[in-house]
Design a binder for this molecule. Sequence first.
Ligand SMILES: [Zn+2]
Length: 351
Amino acid sequence: MKSMTNKGTKKSSKMGKTEITESGMLKDKKMNGYKEEEKKFKRRLMKFEELPVYLQDNEFIRDYYRCEWPLKEVALSVFSWHNETLNIWTHLVGFVVFVTLTVTSLMKKTAMETLLAGFSRPAGVGLWPTMKSNGSADSFPDSYTSQISDPSFLGAYGDGYEVAIWPWFVFLGGAMICLVFSSVSHLFACHSHKFTLFFWRLDYSGISIMIICSFFAPVYYTFYCQPHWCLLYLSSITIVGILVIITLFAPALTSGVIPAAHAVSLYFHHPQVLVALVYEIAMGLLYAAGAVFYVTRFPERWKPGTFDLVGQSHQIFHVLVVVAALAHSIATLVIMDWRRGLPPCNAGILG
Ligand SMILES: [Zn+2]
C-alpha cells in the first residue's frame, strides 16, 4: 500500500505492527528492532491510537485491541481477554440459548411448557377463554408444547386445530444465524482490512435476517384466515428487509407496525393477541434501547477507557438483542397457541 512506508516510519517508534497490508498478514517491513517480535508472534493488545485507521471505530474504547493477528491467534483469542471478548460471548451464549430452544422444539419435551408457564401463569387462566376449546383448560401452554413435540409438526394435529409451526422455526433459524454471524464477526474482524469489511457486512446481514425472520410467525398466525394480507405483509417485509441489508435496519422494524395495528384491529377482543402484542412492544423497546446504546456509545463516552473490557455500549446492545429475541419467542409461542385454539378457516390456502 502507498502509505505503508510513511506510516511505518512514523509510528514504529512506539509500536511494532501498524502497517496496513493488502493481505492483512504481518509483513517483513518493520524497523530493525521489531523483526524478532514478528517472528515470534506475541499476542500484544494495542491502544486505540496505535490502530490502523480502518480499526479505529470507537475512540472511547481506549485499549485492549487485537490488531492484525494471524488467523490462528485470532481464533484462539475467543478464550482470552480483550475488548471484544464479551461481545463475542454475549452472542455465543445467545446462540446456545436459541439452539436449545430449537432442539427443545424439535424433540419430545415439555421443557417449553415449564419455560413458558412462568410468563403466562401470572395472567391467570381466566384470561385464556379460547384455550379451553383445545383441551388445555388448566395449563396455558399445553397445546403448543404438545404440538411442537408432535413429530408431524409441519402440519400437525394435536390438542388444537391444524397449525403449521414452520414460521416458528424460521424465526429460530434467523436468530441463530444473527447471533453466530455476530460472534464470528467480532472474533475475526480485527484480522485484516479485508476481514473487517467482510465481517462487518456479515454481522449487518445477520441482524437484518433475524428482523425479517421475526415477522413470519406473528404475521402468519394472525393473518392465517386472510391469506392475501398474509402474503402481502410477508412479501413486503421480506423486500424491505432485503433493501435494509444494503441500507439501515431501523425501517424494517417500523414496517411491522402496520400488520401489528391491523392484527389488533381484527382481534382486539382476543386477549392472547394483546398479550403477544405486549411482548412484541417489549421487543421493540429492547431493540430501541439497544440502538440508543449503539449510537450514543454510552457509558464509555462518559468515562473513556473505563469500560474497555466490561460494560461497553456494544456489549449492552448485544445483551438487549438477545433479550429482545427471547421476548419475540414468547410472543410467537403465545400467538401460535392462540391460533391453535381457533377453528380452521375456509380460506387457509397458506396453511
Ligand atoms: Zn456486535
